[in-house]
Design a protein around this ligand. Structure first.
Ligand code: HEM
Length: 213
């Protein structure tokens, strides 16, 4: 058996890095608008923010199509199997060099914590961000047709969701560094291939056998 497994497909990697870049730029321009940052100024930030939004929406549309046509959406079905092992690992095991409680395979590349986190982002945080963003953008039009929501409330929800994304991003980047080496997970998301250590081969084969049985 080869020493590496193909985990992340081409489109998946493109979507992942595209989304990462767009979210970082949306966070940056958003916090310029908010007044927290002051490099490019309010007007330019609003302009850029509005353009980035459309790029994000196009990317998300392609990603939704890809997830459903390839069946990859199933990767996100939540499970509690080994969830407590994962939480214990991140709180204690990781600092004692214990082995990772789950194994990535082609059929199951997300651990239980990742499934719950990414699913929440997809079905809760992104929709909240997008809906509140459009409510912000079309605030006047909504008022004209009799939908009166306080602008303060819309701004609060939009900013709060942005903070959730920022916290996710920081946690996510930290966790990517906890693979075999600091950059092994990042390398896998760039090349698609995950390296297997010799001692991991047997457990990997067992995991795959269990999945297909
Ligand atoms: C990952 C996605 C996004 C992030 C992180 C983000 C972040 C932010 C932040 C932090 C602000 C400043 C809020 C304030 O101070 O009141 C903002 C403003 C805004 N965002 Fe977003 N945003 C995102 C997506 C969107 C989307 C999808 C739309 C949809 C149209 C949108 C439309 C707006 C508008 C209209 C404003 C206010 C601009 C103004 O004051 O003129 N955003 N965004």
């Amino acid at each position: 058996m080869s020493n590496r497994i193909y985990i992340y497909k081409g489109f998946e990697r493109f979507w992942h890095w595209g989304q990462a870049l767009l979210v970082i730029l949306l966070l940056y321009t958003g916090f310029e608008i908010h007044g927290t940052l002051g490099f490019i100024g309010y007007e330019q930030a609003v302009n850029l923010h509005n353009k980035l939004v459309w790029a994000l929406l196009v990317l998300i549309s392609f990603a939704i199509f890809w997830h459903f046509t390839t069946g990859e959406w199933k990767q996100y079905i939540p499970t509690v199997k080994k969830l407590n092992h994962m939480i214990r690992y991140y709180l204690v095991g990781i600092f004692r060099n214990e082995p990772h409680p789950t194994r990535k395979t082609e059929l199951s590349k997300l651990n239980p914590l990742q499934r719950i986190t990414y699913l929440s982002l997809k079905i809760l945080i992104f929709p909240v961000q997008i809906i509140s963003g459009f409510a912000y953008y079309y605030y006047n039009e909504l008022s004209e047709i009799g939908i009166n929501i306080s602008l303060g409330a819309i701004a609060f929800v939009h900013t709060a969701a942005a903070f959730v994304m920022l916290v996710f991003l920081i946690g996510h980047v930290y966790l990517t560094t906890t693979g075999h080496t600091v950059f092994s997970n990042i390398k896998a998301m760039i090349t698609g291939w995950e390296d297997l250590e010799d001692e991991e081969k047997e457990p990997y084969i067992q995991e795959v056998k269990q999945e297909i049985s």
